[in-house]
Design a protein. Sequence first.
Lengths: 889, 118
Amino acid sequence: MRFDIRPGVRRLLRLPARSRDQIDDELQDELDSLLGHRVDELLDQGLSYDEAVRVAERHLGMPIEQARTLLRGSIDDRERRKPGLEFIAQDVRLAFRLIRRFPVFAAIVVLTIALGIGATTAIFSAVDAVVLRPLPFADGDRIVSLWGTNPDKSIPRFGVSYPDFRDWKARTRSFDDMALYVARVTTMISSDGPESVASLNVSSNFLKLLGIKPMLGRGFGSDDERGESSNSVILSHGFWQRRFAGDPSVIGRTVSVSGRPRTIIGVLPPESALLGPAFVGTPLDVVTVVELSTFSNVERHAQHLFGAIARLKPGAGIDRARADVSAVETQVAKENPEIAGWSASVFFLTEDLSLGTKQPLLILLAASGLLLIIACINVANLMLVRGAVRGRETAVRQALGASQARLAAQFIVESLVLALCGGALGIGVAALAVGAIRRLIPFGVIARADDMTIDARVILFAIATSLFTSLAFGLWPALRIARLDAGLSSELRSRSPGSGVGAAVRRMLVVAELSLALVLVACAGLVWQSVRRMLTVNPGFRPDHVVTASITLGSNYPDSAAVSFYQTLTTDLEARPGIEAAGAADTPPLGGGGIFTSIRLIGEPPRPADQPLMSTIRSITPGYFRALGMQVLKGRDLEWNESTVSMVVSKSAADAFWPRQTPLNREIAFNTQPNGFPVVGEVNDTRQASLTTAPAPIVYMFMRRYARVFHTMTLIVRGRGTVASTVGTIRDVLHEVDPTLPLYNVQTMESIVDQSTAQQRLNIALLGVFASAALVLAALGIYGVVSYSVTQRRQEMGVRLTLGAQRADILRLILGEGFALAAIGVAIGVGGGLLATRLLRSWLFEIGPGDPLTFTAAAASLVAVALIASYLPARRAARVDPLVTIRAD
Amino acid sequence: MSILRQQGELLVPLLKGTVDVLVLKTLSWAPMHAFEIASWIEERSGGRVIVDDAALLQALHRLEDRKLLSAEWGITKKGRRARFYRLTAAGRTHLREESVRLVDHFDALVSVIGAKQA
């Protein structure tokens, strides 16, 4: 690579040929170089250090100082000075030449650095997307979300009821504006037929609050204020591209949404795609104004159906807002006994969106940081070795007066060049990793993680990390080289730097590396076992051969027709030979769905008004338990011809509500209703929120008469054959019952179970990669140190063999040294690891952070790696021919 | 002024400008750095011509200023930093002219001193 500026170009750019100072320094450098060569040759001829220096001075023709002055004085005056940038260019050129001359060394260094920087940068890009990047909403960090808090404070983010929202909007003083939203899956019928769409129902000021302006058409205006008569709909950008092929003439077209004709008035810009993962949980299709009449009991304070967002007034802090809302809601609760004991809370939207993701990401960032440090240690060792090789030259140059700053600067520039090359390659590695991670995360599971890319901020991070890395591994050797210390000149004389200060430092670095590697391996081991145990948890139902799909009934289905629709559908399905059982529920299991509300046990003493009994209520049809392979423990399953609303409780509900008694024939009432409903059966527990959350009490309800809930249900079908045949049968039967209804969101139960562990499996995949990389780097580190030590001690080996040692003894000696390094590293690592794994508590499932088996296995694997890495050099040491080495002295 | 020295004895001083030609001639074989040039001259002359390091450096920079040489920093085969010099086209021309002149000059001297005594 030529960085020279040709003389012609120099003149053209009017750069001075060389500045006076520059020529000065260059001459001094050259004098040093010349003297260095001469001293070196004399040392090779066997002169002692002092003699060599004297002879070299004589060759100079005059004392050194005089030579320096002479050379300085012989420079003609040149024009203006140029700052030392030329020097840096020169050093950069030299660094690249160094790389070309020693390609293996450079390759190892650059690859090692690339590994460390690649890992850290990849994780940082996730942190950037989820935590750091500002929301694509106007002034996003002033947007907050408001939530209700139930009396026993067990759920910090509860939905908001419409009356609550109205009262908060009127009475709170901390907000510029407040808006309402709720996500719904509904049906849209256009010229191409029916289709299910994910819709966001909002108050008309929702988009304005977020600062989202449609890129086509208009937003909701005053005409659309009255939700009841609203006939407009706005499309999301993605939906517009997918469904209408980006055709701008859609504005003004009429489609039917939720059974009512509406005009398309606008299309959202692509930057607003976050609305989907943030508020809906899936990609967003359409936005409509909320129609209160489509919600049952919407005027009751206890119907916590909605979500609410608000914009903080300028100057209002979140704490004040929180106190404000909480006080208002407490007051409202006093005025409305049905929500006695409820309060409310406020969180930044950014915080809500990164909830549950921030901590794992930070843990992964720390792990990747450890890997980077290990990589730096390896590179520092390599640089120290190279520095020792060049130690002679620099010691001579220094003794003859070369400036320490110059020497150190040159070394640092070398480190910088290597680190930046490693960083550039690392960015490539990170880009690959980011692509792989994005493919592994199902959409919307980790909000905003889909935005992971290598953007300017990430690249800046990579560059900063490279600079830090270069300092980490380059500064110490540079300072050592540039210092005149006795250790170096003794190195010159004795010519066997296998012992001495340098070697001890390298050993310490390797021990540090090993202990960090142990921490990573132990953490990975713990998490891996947690995930394994998680995957073997019995969910309480049999997911095999089960297919789920969602159906939304249009407004042409009055409530009674909705119930008989499902009756017909499931009965027809079960009549088919390929179907074993069919049922439906408000949400599939493991979705964390259903309603969480307060109930009353008839016949039990009443509870204080602000401490109601809460339970999850799931609406199901007969056939649900059979389709999932659940067991009826007591009583009976639900049937289609129930005379009233019948309930079935889960085992933990029965145990919690009526301990040591049978739940059968007991009655449960909702706090808003006077009469209770009988319990006809008890089923086994199932996992509800996730595989790792213990089963909570669930009350299953077949609500034949209050069938609003049947409008959107998840069909659950157990088939006998393949998934494809089961799905085909479902579509056939559905078509027979109602050909206008689309089936959507078809998934197997097994994939739903898989998705619930997706994040943990991703965590362990990444942690496993880091731990493996750490092991490889540690092995390389040990190999390097032991190998170099063996090379330097060849004479010693020769002498030992001559004095009667067996080859096996030498082997054991070297292996023993490798083992000793590993043992110390492991001991320190265990200590550090026990501290570090405490931070992992939230990731661990059924295993303690100090699990002895895991730590022992990690320690053993590290020692094994160390022994293997030491074996090759040990063999080399044992193979030394004593005659050759002694003669070479 | 470069001085010929051998084991402490002072021998014949070289004419000014001779060192320049020696350097140019040495570099006509291959680009070299200062130490290599000094060693080359010493070897080729069988130890009879030893150039002072300081004088050599001065000469090199003089020649470089006159654009008879170009130079850049590099790495020797042993991995050490050094400044490598090479002849320019102008340098080659100068070498040709000067060698002819020098040889001619010494020839003239020899023919005077070496004449058999009358």
